[in-house]
Design a protein around this ligand. Structure first.
Ligand SMILES: Cc1ncc(COP(=O)(O)O)c(C=O)c1O
Length: 436
């Protein structure tokens, strides 16, 4: 028997209201209306409690309503909530802290442009790449996601994101990402020699007009199904950029701060991008984003501002997040609990016929469902039903992937070992109930 009947009566009421007054803005998530949350626990309007595997969709890295985060935000709200285009002390502090937080491999990133959303951060990077190089083409990757504003959406490597929103930004080029579980070239990562990274040569030779400004990628692909390229692949792509005088932009909107067990995902391979896009988790619930630049690229550019970028409340929130991550050693917790969770997910791949692949780093993991382990036929419908069953069993979750066949497992970095165990037990119970 599931723990909760979802939607509960109050959730059903609000879902109906939303369907009436937010027409066209549908949600694909299980039918639960969130009311409040603390740490890793979410409560809905019916009083049901859930463990959170979404982090509010990779946002609240320090946990929901962390008391210190809340206090910093409340203090700032009571003191100052704007202006636009004047400097404030918190804004200067955050820019300094962000630049100082760049790892040894990325000390070239010496300027922080503060923004509000991840889409703005990737747009800003692409705009600057064009101005700085005088070129206009941008390469992105199959399956990639960089936001929903026009330029960012144009770089999406999934049809769904851009279907019928065309025409796209001129100069968009796409190359295959290293989705080794479903390699489009039917190769094996142990022996392919990063074949798909080498595909960039074909793009440059056949699709480009010889005017490539930059390449943008996610260090792991989120929306496409939590796809983690094999070790060395990102380095090979970076090298290609260097060899071809193409600016290398890493989109860590989803991975920052700390999601993969290191403060920045680029640290896993000591990457040195020319620009780094940050968002989501850096404000941990309060909208905040940034593009980290090499200041040489900004020479004489100007015209870089945004009304809510660098808002004092966002800056105070992000400063508190930086403090909490360090003082509570959340990166160590992320690595330890993440290793335990991934270990158990891999055991499930051995145990259950429907579990095709488990992958992840730190506290971002994907469990991919298939109807047949040999053919790897994606099991999107199964994953949808599983998500609903898991929510009814007390774990808020969601799904990603080309066919919605990947369970998203990305709890706040404050999740305890006990909560991890309890939520994975609930997953196994649900799999058992569904005859997985
Ligand atoms: C990798 C990546 N880049 C950019 C974005 C866009 O961020 P936002 O929704 O804040 O505009 C997202 C959002 O999911 C993302 O995952």
């Amino acid at each position: 028997m599931p723990k909760y009947q979802i939607p509960g009566p109050k959730s059903a009421e609000y879902l109906q209201m939303s369907a009436e007054y937010e027409k066209g803005c549908t949600s694909s998530q299980p039918p639960v209306i969130w009311e409040s949350a603390q740490g890793c626990v979410v409560r809905d309007v019916d009083g049901n409690e859930y463990l959170d595997w979404t982090s509010g969709v990779l946002v609240t890295n320090v946990g929901h309503c962390h008391p210190r985060h809340v206090q910093a935000i409340q203090d700032q709200v009571a003191k100052l909530m704007c202006p636009y285009d004047y400097r404030t002390s918190v804004r200067s502090e955050l820019a300094k802290r962000l630049v100082e937080s760049m790892p040894a491999c990325a000390k070239n990133l010496d300027s922080a442009f503060l923004l509000t959303t991840g889409s703005e951060a990737t747009e800003a990077a692409m705009r600057v790449a064009k101005r700085a190089t005088g070129k206009h083409e941008i390469i992105s990757f199959w399956g990639g996601f960089h936001g929903r504003t026009w330029g960012a959406m144009s770089m999406a490597g999934k049809q769904g994101t851009k279907q019928q929103w065309g025409p796209l930004m001129p100069g968009t080029l796409y190359s295959p990402y290293a989705y080794c579980y479903r390699c489009p070239f039917q190769m094996q990562p142990e022996t392919c020699g990063n074949f798909c990274a080498g595909w960039l040569d074909h793009i440059a030779e056949t699709e480009s007009i010889g005017d490539i400004a930059a390449l943008i990628l996610e260090p792991y692909q989120g929306g496409a199904g939590f796809i983690f390229p094999p070790d060395g692949w990102l380095t090979a792509v970076q090298q290609w950029c260097r060899d071809h005088h193409v600016l290398f932009i890493v989109d860590e909107v989803q991975a920052s701060f700390g999601r993969t067990g290191l403060m920045y995902c680029i640290e896993h391979e000591n990457l040195s991008p020319n620009m780094l896009c940050l968002g989501k988790g850096i404000g941990s619930g309060i909208p905040c984003a940034a593009t980290m630049f090499e200041s040489r690229l900004l020479d004489g550019i100007g015209e870089m501002s945004s009304t809510s970028g660098g808002n004092p409340v966002s800056c105070a929130a992000a400063l508190a997040v930086l403090d909490i991550i360090t003082e509570e050693d959340l990166l160590a917790n992320c690595r330890a609990v993440g290793a335990y969770m991934l270990g158990r997910l891999k055991q499930m791949v051995e145990k259950y016929e429907v579990c095709g692949d488990a992958r992840g780093k730190g506290l971002v993991m994907g469990l991919e469902f298939v109807t047949d382990k040999q053919t790897k036929e994606p099991a999107g419908d199964f994953c949808k039903a599983l998500c609903e069953g898991l929510v009814a069993n007390g774990v808020i979750c969601g799904r990603v992937g080309w066919w919605g066949q990947v369970l998203r497992i990305a709890p706040p970095l404050v999740i305890t070992m006990e909560q991890a165990e309890q939520s994975l037990d609930a997953l196994e119970t649900t799999l058992g109930e569904m005859g997985g």
